[in-house]
Design a protein around this ligand. Structure first.
Ligand SMILES: *Cc1c(COP(=O)(O)O)cnc(C)c1O
Length: 639
């Protein structure tokens, strides 16, 4: 690190990579505060100001801050990108987006997207009965698509066909061949002409973590024989115009634009084939997959993507155009291009705020241990000498000596030749030596840490204990290693002098974050500021609004966190539109089959027994029960 020069907010932007992943929605202000710019028109909202407002209202953290305006901007941006590409290439059809609701079913998310996309005829995609019930109730543009994906039973199909009867543009996507007869039977029963789409198994595969969603082994979809059979069956019934959509989806978070182009070409070719068969096909649905650049590296790394939103739209439109041209389709027969982008629409709108509660770690000592005394073991003297003598010429040797001493120390301790006091001294000295070695290396060349010392920084990292549950609030980091950008919300004009990892408050060793974004690699620790218990220190976790926002689990009975919805105002201020309270302990306990009256009465009879046996006094018993009651109706996180 450039330790001599003054640290500025521009340095902080580089350290935390903010401009690379923020999509223009977040930035670091001169004041050193992280702020949101949800409308991208210059109106900014410092995130700590929101937290101060919540504090005034006595609302507890952790909290998710949602910016509905970011969702609006994403929906409009997606449509604008496709419309620009259509204009640029003179594509004779149009674009109609669909929001796949499984990515985030929350009311504010769905209603904001529906509203922002209404005049653009942006639709929704449902994958289950419950999702469909929710989607049918949305008042969309009459042309907006309501796609029904997922495996279906009679009830699902009936709900979908009723939607069609009501005049909604409901399309039932066949995920497997046998669904066709179900649809035909129920359509006849209800006296409605169905609109079906077919999910086709492309042989092209995506790239990235969800590579296996495409290809021959995919879970969903029909193969070429089945596709032909569907077309022929519908034609034989005079329902050829019911086959309206060809659908494909080769996976989420597609990192490589070349693979997308290959898949879209195969899909467009198949569209042209269906058209030639004489069915009334009109939509080509290219599915989801539009990626989010979580680490800002613009590469094919799984946490990134080697293309922008605009490039995605251009490549999809161009690939469809070229394929249709090649297949000599009449311009009027070119498909309406549909995409089901979910991740890219929702990820940016939500920020999880973690208050740092405390810090532990190898570089923090409760108190200075007394100096070595006469009885101290020889080893302590040796370690002290190493610490004093490390320099740029001998640090490798000194490092190896210290490691040997440490191993020896543990052996001696196990055999009873070293007491606890000396063990504590030795451990502290060892950690100081490691810090010193690292410092010498960094002073010699801040850009290069020799390979054998690469693991040193994470080893010396402190643990920043934050008030949250990874399993509730960042399940995708736990389950599939999604890397979310993390940034302190203040002090960004100040050099972060510490390296830290993040641990949550669950009693589970997996409840930690020790993988962080980096432009070249994955970092094992991140730069943070020295923690001062007297000053609040908050970390913002960004891009958390897709998938995992609704996947959280109640591990350790930590429930859903508080939420606040924030809107930036034209004149510069902002509104806290809504505060959604997180779960109370009682809700979680009851979710496990208990009832609060039963718990309370069991507690009461045990207290009465203790009072009767004079273990506690009557007043003590009453105040305990009061406290018990308070905790049961309280927030599950630490206050
Ligand atoms: C999950 C899913 C999507 C959403 O994909 P994103 O990568 O989030 O845009 C779209 N379509 C289908 C069929 C899906 O299963």
């Amino acid at each position: 690190m450039k330790t001599l020069e003054r640290f500025t907010t521009a340095d902080a932007a580089e350290v935390y990579g903010v401009p690379s992943w923020a999509g223009g929605y977040f930035r670091i202000a001169e004041s050193g505060l992280l702020e949101a710019t949800p409308t991208q028109n210059g109106v900014s909202v410092p995130l700590v100001a929101i937290l101060e407002e919540l504090k005034k209202r006595d609302e507890a953290l952790p909290v998710i801050i949602r910016f509905p305006q970011i969702l609006e901007s994403r929906v409009r941006g997606l449509n604008a990108a496709f419309n620009a590409a259509i204009a640029e290439y003179n594509y004779p059809g149009k674009y109609q987006g669909v929001f796949p609701i499984k990515v985030n079913q929350r009311r504010v998310v769905v209603e904001t997207i529906a509203k922002a996309g209404r005049d653009l005829a942006h639709g929704i995609e449902a994958g289950s009965k419950a999702e469909l019930a929710l989607c049918l109730a949305q008042d969309l543009h009459p042309d907006a698509l309501l796609c029904c994906n997922g495996f279906k039973d009679d009830g699902f199909v009936r709900l979908a066909l009723w939607g069609r009867k009501l005049g909604k543009n409901v399309v039932i996507t066949l995920e497997k061949f046998s669904e066709l007869e179900r649809v035909l039977r129920i359509a006849k029963e209800l006296g409605v002409k169905p609109a079906v789409g077919v999910r086709f198994k492309l042989h092209a595969k995506g790239s990235g973590q969800w590579e296996d969603s495409g290809g021959d082994g995919a879970k969903f979809g029909l193969n070429a024989t089945e596709l032909l059979a569907v077309a022929n069956r519908l034609k034989s019934l005079g329902l050829e115009n019911s086959l309206v959509m060809l659908h494909c989806h080769v996976g989420s978070q597609l990192t490589d634009i070349r693979r997308i182009k290959v898949a879209v070409r195969e899909a467009a070719q198949t569209y042209a084939e269906l058209h030639a068969l004489g069915v009334g096909i009109k939509y080509l649905n290219v599915g989801g997959g539009l990626a989010v650049d979580y680490d800002g590296s613009k590469t094919t790394f799984y946490a990134s993507a080697n293309y922008t939103l605009q490039e995605y739209a251009q490549d999809v439109v161009y690939s469809v155009l070229e394929t249709c041209k090649g297949a000599e389709l009449e311009p009027s027969a070119y498909p309406i291009i549909v995409s089901e982008s979910g991740r890219a629409v929702t990820a940016h709108h939500a920020v999880l705020v973690l208050p740092v509660l405390d810090v532990t770690g190898p570089t923090r000592y409760p108190a200075d241990l007394a100096k070595r005394d006469e009885d101290s073991h020889e080893l302590i003297k040796d370690l002290e000498q190493i610490l004093e003598n490390i320099n740029v010429k001998n640090y490798r040797e000194m490092y190896n000596d210290a490691v040997d001493d440490k191993n020896q120390m543990h052996t001696l301790y196990d055999l009873g030749y070293l007491n606890l006091r000396d063990r504590a001294r030795a451990e502290e000295l060892f950690n100081r030596i490691m810090q010193r070695v690292l410092k010498v290396i960094e002073e010699a060349d801040p850009k290069y840490v020799p390979e054998e010392f690469e693991d040193l920084p994470p080893l010396l990292a402190d643990k920043y204990i934050c008030n949250f549950s990874l399993f509730q609030s960042l399940p995708d980091h736990w389950a599939i290693d999604t890397l979310f950008p993390i940034v302190p919300l203040s002090r960004l004009e100040e050099r972060p002098t510490k390296l830290g990892t993040i641990v949550d408050i669950t009693c589970d060793s997996d409840g930690k974050i020790d993988k962080f974004i980096d432009l070249r690699d994955v970092k094992k620790a991140m730069p943070l500021h020295e923690f001062d218990p007297e000053r609040p220190y908050y970390l913002g976790v960004f891009l958390v609004g897709a998938y995992q926002d609704v996947l959280g689990s109640d591990h350790n009975l930590f429930g859903k966190v508080n939420e606040v919805h924030v809107t930036a105002l034209e004149d510069g201020g902002y509104d806290l539109d809504l505060f959604v309270r997180g779960q109370k302990a009682r809700r979680l306990i009851e979710g496990m089959g208990y009832t609060s009256p039963q718990l309370f009465s069991s507690m009461r009879s045990q207290v009465d027994r203790s009072i009767a046996m004079k273990v506690i006094g009557t007043d003590e018993g009453e105040s305990f029960l009061e406290h018990y009651d308070e905790e049961i109706v309280g927030y599950t996180y630490l206050e």
